[in-house]
Each structure stands twice: as C-alpha cells, then as structure tokens.
Write a protein that binds this ligand. Structure first.
Ligand code: NOJ
Ligand code: NOJ
Length: 417
C-alpha cells in the first residue's frame, strides 16, 4: 500500500516536473519572440508585428490592439520588478511610443479608431472593419500605468511627453483620451474585426482608461479634463449594465448590432473574459461575478461539443473565440485557451479548485505545443495541430500573462517544485 502511494506520488512529481520544465523553456522563448517582434528587422523602429506570416494569413502589420497587449508584457515587468528606465525593455517601450506617436498622426480613414498600420507607419487604407475603438484605450491605459510607476524625474519626463493639457490635443495619451471620451457612445467594430455594434470588451477598456485617465489628468494639472473623463467613465459604467443578461444570467458580448457578420446568435464570446483580464485586477466587476462564471460555463459547453479534439480524453477544454466562428474553419485559439487558464489561476484565490483547472489547461497546451515552441493563432479542431498565423505575438504574450498569474496564485506556494 505504501509502495503504491509512493509510486503515485512519484508519477505525479514527474508530470509536475515536465510541465514545470516546459513552462520555463516556453517562457524564455515567448519573451524572445516578443522582443524580436517589437522593432522587427524590416519594419520601422517601434512597430510591433502581429505575426511574421505574410500570406494566408497576411499578419505582417502593426495592429494597435495586439501591439498594446504585447508591449504591456514588458511594461508590467518594468513595474513589477522595478526595473527602471535604463533597462533594455524600456528602450523597446520608448520605440513603441515613438511609433505610436507617428501613427496617431498618419492619414487614416477613421482617425484614432484605425485598427492596423503598415510596419513603415503608413495607414492601411483598404477596406477593413473600422473603426475599432478598443485600440487607443489599451494603448493609453498601459502607458499611463508605466508613467505612474516611474520614479520622479523619469516620471515627469515621460508623463509630460505623453500628456499635455493643450487642446486640440498634441500628445499621445491626451489624444487617445479625447478621442475615447468623445466617441465611446458610437458603435464600432469588435476586437475580432467582424461586427459593428456596442461591445462589452470595447466599453470595458474605454471605461477603465477614462477612469485612470481622470486621475492622471489631475496630476497633469488638467482638472476640467479630469472631471470630464470621470463623468464619461461613469456613463459607460451604467451603460455596461445592459450587457447583463437577466434571463440567462450571463454577459452579452454585443448589443445594438449595426452591420458585419450576422450569424453570431449565441452572443457568447471569450471577449467578455478578455475584457476582465485586460483591464486588470481592480475592475468593478469581480472575477467571481456569477454572470461571468456562467458565461465561461456556457462557452465551455459549446466548445466541448463543437471541437472533435475536445472529445479525446485529454486534460482541460480548448476554447475558441465564440461558437459560430468560421475563420479558418472555426477552431480553438491559443490565446483564448490561455485566457481561461489565466482566469482560473487568478480566481483560485476565491476558489482553490480553480488552480487545478488552470493547470490542466497548461498541460493541455503543452500537449499541442510545437517542438520548436512556436505558438500559432489556432489549434486545428480535428487534428490538434497548431495552425493559422505563425508565432502570433499575442499568443506568446498570453502565455506569459497566464504564467504570471500562475506564479502569483496562492496554491503555487504550497506546491512541491
Ligand atoms: C476574419 C477574421 O475572423 C477576423 O478576426 C480577422 O481579423 C480578419 N478576417 C482578417 O484576418
Ligand atoms: C485577427 C483577430 O481577430 C484580431 O483580434 C487581431 O487583432 C488580428 N487577427 C491580428 O492578430
């Protein structure tokens, strides 16, 4: 009996070690991909490529949303580890800021709502789902947090470059805040670039940047703007209550559909969970909100039935974007599955069994991982092989943010390493 228990313990430790080893190696690789994709060799300084893939799909562009989420991985390291402005990551971030200033002034079809740019900084003026008004919100949200974290002299220098009270706005953050404050009530395209409507995701990140922007404006001697941003953020907050589906106790992803893809009947989307993760830890909607938990539950039921690869007795469930997805045939996505893992690691402080759910998802991803550690955008729903955009930068960023949540999860401290 004792022998048997020891064997089990041993097996368990082996598995834990293997996962642990993979996580460590993957982290080094993913970080390197991010550094390589910011200021790529053949792009302008500070541009961030979504993926090196140039056809099927052509992702060799700077997407405002992807770029902000990816750069925020470096920003959070600077903040968390107090790395200071002489660190090489800071140099990359300054390059990103320089490029962002450049594209804010490029000629585009939808002002700051323009979703993607050529890597030389020119606007992409061909047909596309535009505007996408989450981009400028993410960009300024993370840059404000960076400026706030620096020590005095660097803070003053960066903050006064990024925020000048002057109108019409001529500084990066002020421009974004003015744009968002004036346009949030209009419909725009969602983060998947497919539907023009009001979106929970977009409104959540807009509310957050205006709220934090209001405090920032006050520090920057711009009290009237501060008051204005605060009020607009409160209006968004009350509008967001409409997204709570009272009948089924879940969260709608979109309301007031205007045009675009018209077959998303479930109105269920992982974007709702991404919204919570991307605004950060002190949102007014908590991770254990029952509507949010139900949204995940419903999505999981759909994805379990939908994807053949989810019926193979493997740990965890692979998640896609939304049940009706047809892009590349409609598959699980790396960043969506990692978002659920990240969610469970974070929520394990409310519900300790969530830690194991998250671990299962990481093991699951390890199972599908490529030998060379590259992470694509998607995982084939039948074969389980990685497919679509190669080394999607956002996939690597999602791996690193999920891993960070793992390292901060309470249970981690009790695990035998
Ligand atoms: C359709 C996809 O569903 C959407 O998310 C993507 O951005 C565009 N095509 C362009 O690749
Ligand atoms: C398609 C995704 O739907 C969108 O969210 C993303 O910004 C682009 N690909 C680039 O990665």
């Amino acid at each position: 009996m004792i022998k048997f228990l020891l064997l089990l313990l041993n097996l368990n430790l082996c598995f834990a070690n293997t996962l642990e080893q993979w996580l460590e190696k993957q982290a080094v690789f993913s970080k390197q991909i991010i550094l390589n994709h910011i200021s790529p060799k053949d792009g302008s300084r500070g541009s961030v490529i979504a993926s090196p893939s140039k056809f099927e799909p052509d992702y060799y562009y700077h997407w405002v949303r992807d770029a902000a989420l990816v750069t925020n991985v470096l920003i959070e390291e600077i903040i968390d580890q107090n790395l200071g402005s002489s660190h090489p990551y800071f140099k990359k971030i300054l390059e990103y800021i320089e490029f962002s200033e450049k594209i804010q002034n490029a000629s585009t079809l939808t002002d700051l709502g323009e979703p993607k740019f050529y890597v030389n900084g020119e606007g992409y003026n061909l047909p596309w789902g535009r505007p996408q008004n989450d981009g400028p919100a993410l960009r300024s949200l993370y840059l404000m947090r960076l400026a706030n974290s620096l020590n005095n002299q660097n803070k003053n220098e960066l903050a006064s470059r990024l925020y000048k009270p002057q109108l019409p706005a001529n500084s990066l953050i002020k421009k974004d805040l003015e744009y968002i404050a004036h346009h949030w009530s209009e419909t725009s395209f969602d983060l998947w670039e497919e539907v023009n409507a009001h979106h929970f995701y977009t409104l959540m990140v807009q509310r957050q940047v205006l709220l934090e922007g209001s405090e920032f404006a006050l520090k920057m001697d711009d009290p009237y703007a501060s008051y204005y941003y605060f009020h607009e953020s409160k209006k968004i907050e009350s509008f967001l209550s409409q997204f709570f589906d009272q009948k089924n106790k879940k969260i709608f992803t979109s309301l007031n559909y205007q045009f675009g893809l018209n077959y998303k009947d479930s109105n269920l989307d992982i974007a709702v969970i991404l919204a919570l993760l991307h605004v950060g830890d002190n949102s007014f909607i908590k991770l254990d909100n029952p509507y949010l938990l139900n949204t995940i539950k419903y999505l999981e039921i759909h994805f379990k039935n939908l994807y053949q690869i989810n019926n193979k007795n493997l740990p965890g469930t692979l998640f896609g974007r939304y049940p009706e997805d047809q892009f590349f045939g409609g598959n699980p996505w790396v960043l969506c599955t990692l978002a659920i893992a990240e969610f469970y690691y974070k929520n394990s402080k409310n519900n300790s069994s969530d830690f194991d759910k998250a671990e299962n998802l990481m093991k699951r991803l390890q199972f599908h991982a490529r030998q060379d550690m590259g992470l694509n955008e998607q995982i084939d729903r039948v074969s389980g092989y990685m497919k679509a955009a190669d080394n999607l930068t956002w996939s690597h960023a999602s791996f690193l943010t999920a891993l960070k949540a793992r390292n901060q999860a309470p249970k981690k401290f009790f695990m035998i390493k």
